[in-house]
Design a protein around this ligand. Sequence first.
Ligand code: HEM
Length: 304
Amino acid sequence: QSNTTAMEMVELFEKLSGKQPGIRKAHANGLCATANFVPNPAMSEYSSASIFTQETVPATIRFSMGSGNPSADQRASGARGMAIQLAGPNGELHNIVGNSTPIFAAKNPDVFFGLLQTLLPGENGQVDYAKVGQYIATHPSTQPLAQWQQTTNPPYSFGTSKFFGLHTFYFVNAQGTETMFRWHITPDAGERLITNEEKAALPAEFLNNHTTEQFNQDGISFTVTATIGQEGDTTNDPSQAWPTDRDTIEMGKITLTEIGGDACTPINFDPNVMASGFKASDDPVLRMRSPAYAISFGKRLSGQ
Ligand code: HEM
């Protein structure tokens, strides 16, 4: 159980990004798209989910910058998001909501909250980076992501970024057998990050333009893959990667059909909204996401 509440979390986001009435309290800057998901029929062995029995499943997708600032600088390092809502048969929804970072910032909501608190400006209006560094040095679970951020440039286009589910989930098949997995998404065009030269030369809002250009010129598609966990792999710590030698299975392909528009506005991309045939793990970060997204959703729909 976390000491930090979802309300405290959302209020901290609002302190960090300033009040942004009517806008998502995280991942504020986004680009909506529609797509088709074509599942791998072999997935039915792992999961009874109805989406795997279809030839194609309509999807609404929102790509985003991680911060709560609606005009976030797209040259800055840090998380980009990809949120997918699959509209399965008979109205069954399945959300797949991940980040471009291969691990999460902390092992649980309390440590995440503590880390974010160090990023609040002090009385002089400045962030005290020595304090941030001190927190990271004394909280080992924050170190893998901090290291990744220092060494990884942001993507050139949303269509050239990888995305990761980070949490552990379970497939449940028709016999009730559970298989633990973590998903990731790879761009079929290959990964392409901006170079240091581009980082210096590009305008702050290049990312949506590059994505639209890629869509118009070549199209954009992704492959969704599940990594199958083994006994001993962590089920509740998203700051820890699994060993890289695990088996994988392709869950399906996503191909964008349209880009732009506001179809994403009324959607709450809560990652715990899953089709039957999937199950959440006991990861406390995953648990925290439902109440936090609901608070943010309620606030933005009511203009707060
Ligand atoms: C305790 C941890 C977390 C908290 C408190 C949190 C909170 C939030 C909130 C408040 C929103 C805005 C929801 C809305 O207004 O609709 C959001 C959006 C989002 N979050 Fe998280 N989040 C957490 C962890 C994560 C993790 C681990 C991932 C990636 C695996 C993630 C990926 C996203 C994405 C992609 C969006 C944008 C969804 C959209 O486009 O509507 N978040 N988050």
